[in-house]
Design a protein around this ligand. Structure first.
Ligand code: 4NP
Length: 144
């Protein structure tokens, strides 16, 4: 087998969507991937995932309590094969940071037809977003 694909999930705060995506991809892909997550913003660096998001993930069997937020850094574009943005603003922010020549950038929802993972920090629909994130992780597992 070739080396595990290295995937970085990115959202704004790294406390809601991207840590959930990290846990969901890790669960779906197992040894086929090494998965991490980060935020484009730095407000929550060092924080655990937002408790209501952790609770919604737990309902779906996702382990998130040990994760800690960090900010995207330029070196990530060389360390990861695939960087998955949770929404189109995250993708634009990543494109602006990208030194080029490294990771493939894509939307996390591309296998489901694209678009944005709604931010539950604002919508408060933690269960709906957790279910959507797991559904997309299953779709990535079929594609990769
Ligand atoms: P996330 O949600 O990008 O899915 O982690 C957010 C969490 C916190 C903030 C924004 C989005 N915030 O501005 O503090």
């Amino acid at each position: 087998m070739s080396h595990p694909i290295r995937i970085l999930c990115v959202c704004l705060g790294n406390i809601c969507r991207s840590p959930t995506a990290e846990a969901a991809l890790r669960a779906e892909l197992g040894a086929r991937a090494e998965v991490d997550s980060a935020g484009t913003g730095g407000w929550h660096v060092g924080d655990a995932p937002y408790p209501p998001m952790q609770a919604a993930g737990r309902q779906l069997g996702l382990a998130m309590a040990e994760l800690r937020a960090r900010q995207v850094r330029p070196a990530d574009f060389g360390r990861f094969d695939l960087i998955l943005a949770m929404d189109r603003q995250n993708l634009r922010d990543l494109q602006a940071l990208d030194p080029g020549g490294g990771a493939r950038l894509a939307l996390y929802l591309d296998p489901l037809g694209g678009g944005d993972v709604p931010d539950p920090y604002y919508t408060r629909d933690f269960d709906g977003v957790a279910a959507l994130i797991v559904q997309a992780a299953q779709a990535w597992s079929e594609q990769l």
